[in-house]
Design a protein around this ligand. Structure first.
Ligand code: DGL
Length: 278
């Protein structure tokens, strides 16, 4: 800890990345919890979606995104993508060592177990996250009595990236996934939004789910883990000024600004987004 405190400039930003704009849901929670921290966000929009790619490709993309943020100079990395967290978290930890790397799967699993201990959980996630059983493993490790079912919902990523988060099209696609997950006797206590794009569809999912089901995501739990990690490493920013935000994307500044503004809840212009090559 002493080494961390002495050698890391606490004014360095926290780095955050996702395949696209979805990780901005996590960034929002981090900004709310840690308003004085400087943040740099990278959306790998040129290669979105990650969720349909092979683990080898996802690991390669995640490694390259991490290298780009490391080059910018960061003090901690948040992998704000369940898919990259599921596939490559350990590799990214080795890459960034001795800096801390925080993924979103474990915080999402903790939030669900805290909301419904011993309960049944339906995880909506990408194909890759479901294929690896990432939430099943993370929840079972925390709560062996829990029952977990996972449903790959890749179309929800496209809806979120398009900004179609309500209305008939979103409702009918969500209904189809929930129907596919319903084998007759599985009644979830919680629906886990196991992809950082899905919180934007939260109200549409709630409208299609059984009444009383808790809708859980990893954003605020991840922000708490980030806060605790900065605190315990002694690298929280000491300034009273609001932190800065840099937005990087690998393609499409105008599109990133349009859809990213929906996620951030504030208008963005293409000039707010720097295009970078990995
Ligand atoms: N937002 C990402 C996640 O949390 C991935 C979406 C995608 O690129 O498929 O899994």
């Amino acid at each position: 800890m002493t080494l961390m405190r002495d050698s890391i400039d606490n004014n360095l930003p926290v780095g955050i990345f996702d395949s696209g704009v979805g990780g901005l849901t996590v960034l929002n929670a981090i900004r709310a919890e840690l308003p004085h921290e400087n943040l740099v966000y990278l959306g790998d929009t040129a290669r979105l979606p990650y969720g349909t790619k092979s683990p080898a490709s996802i690991a390669r993309y995640a490694t390259q995104a991490t290298a780009k943020l490391k080059d910018q100079g960061i003090k901690l990395l948040v992998v704000a993508c369940n898919t990259a967290s599921a596939v490559a978290l350990e590799a990214l930890r080795n890459q960034m060592s001795p800096l801390t790397v925080i993924g979103v799967v474990k915080p999402g699993a903790s939030a669900a177990v805290a909301a419904c201990p011993g309960g049944s959980h339906l995880v909506l996630a990408t194909e890759a996250t479901v294929g690896l059983g990432a939430y099943r493993d993370a929840i079972s490790a925390l709560d062996p009595a829990a029952i977990v079912k996972e449903e790959a919902c890749e179309m929800l990523v496209a809806l979120a990236e398009e900004g179609w988060t309500d209305g008939d099209i979103a409702a009918s696609i969500i209904r189809r996934y929930l129907t596919e997950a319903d084998d007759g006797d599985f009644r979830p206590d919680s629906i886990i939004l196991g992809c950082t794009h899905f919180p934007l569809l939260k109200e549409a999912i709630r409208a299609e789910a059984d009444p009383g089901v808790q809708i859980v995501d990893s954003a605020s739990t991840t922000a708490s883990v980030v806060s605790q990690s900065l605190q315990s490493a002694g690298i929280r920013r000491q300034s009273r000024e609001a932190g800065t935000l840099r937005l990087l994307a690998t393609d499409g500044a105008t599109r990133f600004a349009r859809v990213g503004g929906l996620f951030l809840g504030e208008p963005l212009s293409y000039s707010d987004v720097e295009i970078v090559d990995l």
